[in-house]
Design a protein around this ligand. Sequence first.
Ligand code: BDP
Length: 697
Amino acid sequence: QKDYKLWLQYEKKTDSPIISDYLSNIKGIIALENTATSKIAQNELQIALNAMLGSQFQVTVKPEGNHKIILGSKLVLTPEIQKAIGSDFERINEEGYIIKSVSIKNNKHIVITGKKDIGVLYGVYSFLRLVQMNKSIKNLHLIDAPKTNIRILNHWDNLDRTVERGYAGFSLWNWQKLPDFIDPRYIDYARANASIGINGTVLTNVNANALILTPQYLEKVEALANVFRPYGIKVYLTARFSAPIEIGGLKTADPKDLDVMNWWKNKAKEIYKRIPDFGGFLVKANSEGQPGPQNYGRDHVDGANMLADAVAPFGGVIMWRAFVYSEHDANDRAKQAYAEFVPYDGKFRDNVIVQVKNGAIDFQPREPFHPIFGAMPKTPLMIEFQITQEYLGFSTHLVFLPKLFQEVLESDTFQKEKGTTVAKIIDGSLSNSKLTGIAGVSNIGNDVNWTGHPFAQANWYGFGRQAWNPDLDAEVIADEWLRCTFSNDEKFIKPVAAMMIKSREAVVNYMTPLGLHHIMDTGHHYGPGPWVSDLSRPEWNPVYYHKADKNGIGFDRSKTGTNATAQYAPEVEKLFDNLETCPENYLLWFHHVSWDYKLKNGQTLWNSLAFKYQEGVDQVKEMQDTWNKTGKYVDKERFKEVQMLLDIQYKEAKWWRDACLLYFQQYSGKELPVGVENASHSLDYFKSLKFPFAPGN
Ligand code: BDP
């Protein structure tokens, strides 16, 4: 099934000039290396080229002949080939690759190499992408290496196979059948990840279960690690802070307690004995009810460093999350992580990296960048994006997230100096940090198409590409993904790429325009719920975030409000703090604005809000129109599937518009401007909708 094959379709080409051009440049494959990783590279290249070019390429081992693709890492290359590659090796790191057309003794070859065999594998995928995209393979000279060390998926997968915020079925990990049964899907998962440069996976939910650390489960984890290893993918686990009590029989999990420290040291030893390249732990501590060092009067540094010491002898890493907010501080949730973590700067061990969500609240359709970025120069920071669409329409809505990721990565923090983008902070170029990374909360499940929505595959793909290169443009990613997944036909690519690029703004418009946030129905976050006000913790209620009243709407985080703007560098603070200069995208994030306030378009805030909601709905309509014209370029199944999903998205976009505008209208007391459609139902109707079984909870 095409859905299943993701962006690795390796579709047979039909255009004969293109095929003959490739065939004249490729006469076979020479494999100089014999490691497990090299064999994967050889196989993938052979299978893919045979399929795409309708040929039967042979893999041989002697460097001879003409027009061969030569595979091998630096040390196995012949002196002539090494010479032809020359100083290129100096320009890549351990995971980088070089693809170069070389001439040796009058014979022409394409060499795919790297310092290590994993570089060769990455090079093969990059080369195959060129062929998938019908690009020329003459005179190649590509040198590429990842800009971050840890490019990792965070699976929020539970041991019972439910997936927190997962909308693509159940967890891929079949714990019951592991370790003896290796689902072929694990291999395809590894292939897909390797093809985009992902090199780590956290198998378990951040809301952790200590059982994963028992021998019974570690044996299963080991089996997965063995599958993933040759694809360059390390396995990580989430560590439940109270595990020493729950599975270790200790009375405490106090990080300063000797028995606790020893328990974790022994646990690490036990894990590394099974999995010598185990990546380390991801920890959610003292956040949303999870246990942590604060339960014992200790702080995040105590907790993280204790675990860091346990894995350090084996080269392990602790990814300690900064997603914290307390119910006892009702002032402003957006300020809490910064307030708590910035004072710890420079206090963590070298093998701790603090994992920070892209924004200070929680994976909203749009958030300004998290103020921690740039504010902890002495601490390695990694960014956490959410690939699964918890707040963006689940896997029902077509939303191309690389556009969102890019917006965050490009944001200028002005920390230290102008041009200090979030990308520069997380790729370590600013602080010279050796430990860098990007995490993405996975959208993968056991649905045949992996991600629930065929276009959600693009978000997995794009995440991997941006983790490799945080400066990569979303438009480039959309183009690559569409060509590899669907078709190279320009008549298809142009409109559909444009649709993908616009889709992110569409969802912002019909859900949370002008800086609104967290007004999804509470708990499951499915659909609008701006009226919700009865939950026990204030910051769990949408009314806390929009603060609509007779005077206006929005959260005053400026000096006259919670002063959250002061957490940014002065240049950014000034920009956000002033109602006149604050980007309108973030207006209601930082300001409580009167309904009559005039926006740059000359319209009042109320009218502008209404127009934005309408625009979002219209944009989805356009997406439908675009997709409806693609029938002849796409297989029937995926065409129909996307069509049905867009129908739902359109329906739900209207639901968002109607419910939100009716609700806010109670406060603005104003009519809808001309051009904005009237709601189809009453506010009471929208409020009465309940979804007790919405997925992913
Ligand atoms: C929130 C999710 C919750 C996660 C939490 C987290 O609603 O399910 O456990 O983030 O990231 O967005 O820890």
